[in-house]
Design a binder for this molecule. Structure first.
Ligand code: FAD
Length: 478
């Protein structure tokens, strides 16, 4: 984008700057704020905790920081295979948490700096709608004020779901928020929910020495992904002695002084020190006063928006975990920038065609577009190509040979879905996300020269395999 374009948009109200108030400073809110400021608006963000929201403070960044420490531990334990000998490897969970905290606070400061340098005004307090132009803020310093603006963006995100029957107390029965700050990992833990957060944190604590049992009510962990993808991760969990109980519900949690007993639908009772709830998140709009303005929500409490991300009340927009799109930081931030442009007069449609889905376990899991199951359910005639990392030079070099790349194409050879299980899968997915977004064919992308020796060659080989042209293909050993 060029500077002159920004000026054009800000002039939608003549020489007077458009005023925008944003409630919530997570990825949806802060990306919107910076974009709107760059486009020439006068922007105020109201945030009741720290800027960066769930993602930066208790979500994406801290989980990945912990997992990075776990990866260093694994590398260290396997160092001998590379001809490197450590006398001993010692883990200090408290220092792992300290490193994570430092990293998070540095990144929070980075956003505060970006606000400052782009002229975004930050108010620390709880925001509430009064009417379609007014936000009331109860500031943390005890004062309150009313902000009148031309447009309002709601970006208050989501909170963990904690049904009463699980007796969440933040100490023995915890959510991901508390899990990220446990300086002494428990001896044993039941993770209720084998989705992305449950798998990531379950593996982290297992590597810290906790006996983990993941209980998942669906037929497989990562229930949104293909069975083959979940199976590959399950195989690694078994190697690490992480117990996984699928098609099983937790029926009862009893917290006692001595420990916790957990009853399962299978009739079994487990005794553990701690329970981690990771059964999903719910949009958080409780403090916004939506009913008074007649802002429409669906049965899950998600705010309804049109394709421009505007609610049914003109001038009020909503993005991120607050609306009915995948609860992911990159979705929230994309929606934030689109909403900012639309508030300033553009008509940009929010397109959710190619949303990357990433799981930062070891091996990593990453997918985009349709799964094979979804293609079948939609009656799409499709073909697949796959390639096993085991057959790839780079995977052998780095000693990470588990997993595969799988590509799904429609009858016109257009890539409609892809999944990667294996080393750096989440980074590798970018190429396939672009392919799904742009509607590229397997032949066109397979013709691109991929650097050697790199993990990206596995993608190229899987693309060639769609037409049975892979020269390196060997039978997949699952
Ligand atoms: P949030 O980030 O939740 O921000 C909302 C903000 O609004 C918060 O700061 C909150 O304090 C503030 N707020 C709420 N109400 C008010 C009010 N009334 N007044 C003022 N402020 C208010 N996503 C990924 O893409 N990749 C990942 O690897 C990933 N890992 C995750 C790991 C965990 C453990 C969790 C919990 C989530 C993870 N997510 C991940 C999801 C991601 O964090 C969210 O999708 C993303 O943060 C949503 O952004 P948002 O701006 O909509 O809301």
């Amino acid at each position: 984008m060029q500077g002159t374009k920004f000026c054009d948009l800000s002039e939608t109200k003549g020489m007077v700057k458009m005023k925008i108030t944003i409630i919530g400073g997570g990825p949806g809110g802060y990306e919107a704020a910076i974009m709107a400021a760059k486009l020439g608006a006068e922007v105020t963000v109201v945030e009741k905790n720290k800027v960066g929201g769930t993602c930066l403070n208790v979500g994406c960044i801290p989980t990945k920081a912990l997992l990075a420490s776990a990866e260093v531990l694994t590398t260290s334990l396997e160092a001998e295979k590379f001809g490197v000998f450590n006398d001993k490897t010692v883990v200090d969970p408290a220092q792992i948490i300290e490193r994570k905290d430092k990293l998070v606070s540095g990144l929070v400061k980075g956003i505060e700096f970006l606000f400052e340098s782009n002229g975004v005004n930050l108010i620390q307090g709880v925001g509430k709608l009064i009417d379609s132009k007014t936000v009331e803020v109860k500031r943390h310093d005890g004062g309150s004020e009313k902000l009148v603006s031309d447009k309002i963006l709601l970006a208050t995100g989501s909170v963990p779901i904690c049904p009463e029957m699980f007796h969440y107390d933040g100490v023995k029965v915890i959510t991901s928020t508390e899990a990220l700050s446990l300086k002494t990992p428990p001896k044993s833990m039941i993770v209720i929910g084998g989705g992305v957060i449950g798998c990531e944190l379950g593996q982290f604590f297992s590597r810290m020495g906790t006996q983990i049992t993941i209980v998942e009510m669906a037929e497989q962990i990562l229930s949104n992904e293909d069975e083959s993808v979940a199976k590959q991760l399950l195989r690694q969990f078994k190697r690490e002695k992480i117990k996984v109980l699928t098609a099983t519900r937790v029926t009862d949690v009893n917290v006692q002084n001595t420990g916790i007993t957990v009853n399962l639908s299978s009739g079994k009772t487990l005794e553990v020190e701690m329970v981690l709830l990771s059964i999903g998140r719910a949009s958080f709009s409780k403090e916004l006063n939506l009913d008074a303005l007649g802002i429409s929500t669906n049965s899950k409490g998600q705010i309804e928006v049109d394709e421009l991300l505007e609610t049914n009340v003109k001038g009020i927009y909503a993005v991120g975990d607050l609306i009915n799109t995948p609860y992911l930081a990159h979705v929230a931030s994309k929606e934030g920038t689109i909403a900012a442009e639309n508030m300033l007069g553009k008509n940009k449609t929010a397109v959710h065609k190619a949303i990357p889905r990433c799981v930062y376990t070891d091996p990593q899991v990453a997918a985009v577009g349709l799964t094979e199951k979804e293609a079948q359910q939609r009656g799409i005639a499709y073909k697949t190509g796959s390639f096993d990392f085991r057959s790839l030079g780079k995977a052998q070099i780095i000693g990470k040979i588990q997993g595969q790349v799988k590509i799904i194409v429609d009858e016109k050879d257009v890539i409609i879905g892809a999944s990667i299980v294996g080393p750096e899968a989440t980074d590798l997915l970018a190429e396939l996300t672009m392919a799904v977004h742009l509607g590229l064919t397997a032949e066109a992308l397979g013709d691109v020269i991929h650097p050697h020796p790199t993990l990206s060659e596995a993608i190229m080989e899987a693309l060639h395999d769609v037409h049975e042209m892979s020269i390196n293909k060997v039978e997949l050993r699952l």
